[in-house]
Design a protein around this ligand. Sequence first.
Ligand code: CMX
Length: 150
Amino acid sequence: MFKPWQILSKSTLKPTSMRKIEHIGIAVKDMQAATQIYSSLLGYAHYKTEQVASEGVNTAFFKCGESKIELLQAINKESAVAKFIAKKGEGVHHIAFAVDDIKKEIQRLVKQGFVVLNQEPKMGADNKWVVFLHPKSSNGVLVELCQERN
Ligand code: CMX
């Protein structure tokens, strides 16, 4: 059973390379409609679109200060986003944290009992190495770690 609060106290917490919320991923059914809605909300257009075939998604990115909004539309029914929408409907799909050293963070989080879905970082959208943590180990929220690819 995953209970990191049992093994960590303030005195054992160490500095990590978790830097900021890099982006929030939002699952949408209709990308064209969603980009219009988020353009209206933010007052400016998305800065890029990208298909990530390996994840079965089309994406559109908006900058928002230091962070981003990533709209995600499934391109096939096997996609994690298609399954998410079928079960929960449109909405917040994941929160992504920027890290300096993704491999070190994987080791740290595995030691603490988090369920890391891919132990080897994979290529994600917007020029990143990415790793996902199972939502069951983070209070029902799918967590992504991402590191800039050089
Ligand atoms: N947020 C919160 N909970 C989620 C979730 C999400 N995004 N996706 C699934 N779940 C929940 C399911 O509802 C289910 O809950 P219950 O057990 O209460 O019913 C539970 O997690 C497990 O679901 P599952 O049916 O066993 O597994 P899935 O086939 O739905 O897969 C997951 C879930 C997280 C393992 C899978 O979506 C995954 O590997 N995700 C990582 C990759 C990814 O999401 N890629 C798309 C984004 C790519 C990008 O950002 O570019």
